[in-house]
Design a protein. Structure first.
Length: 110
């Protein structure tokens, strides 16, 4: 997702699922695949730190994509608490949030 309008559509009409380090917004789309948007606010730090967190979240979603239900627009928002998390904690929290959103096939995490 690249346009502000697309993000706004997900924010306004989508479902929110909160994790410890991320917030997942999702809305059903008519596309056969998922589209992802990654957002990190200035609360995470300066630009280099925000970009690091966005790269990490993109890589985690890329690895999980084969196990996710398709046909959604998903926005991943890194929370300020993510500053204190390492990669493994972020990966676990993101997988758990996607599971609670009913996107993760197979094992649904509590």
């Amino acid at each position: 997702m690249r346009r502000t309008r697309e993000y706004q559509e997900v924010y306004l009409h989508g479902t929110k699922v909160f994790g410890r380090f991320v917030v997942v917004f999702l809305v059903r789309s008519d596309r056969p695949h998922n589209r992802y948007g990654v957002v990190a606010s200035k609360k995470l730090g300066k630009a280099a730190q925000r970009n690091l967190w966005k790269r990490r979240m993109r890589e985690i979603v890329r690895a999980l994509d084969a196990r996710l239900e398709q046909g959604y627009d998903v926005v991943l928002l890194a929370r300020a608490s993510a500053r204190n998390a390492d990669y493994a904690q972020l990966e676990k929290d993101l997988a758990r949030a996607l599971g609670r959103a009913r996107l993760l096939r197979g094992q649904v995490l509590p």
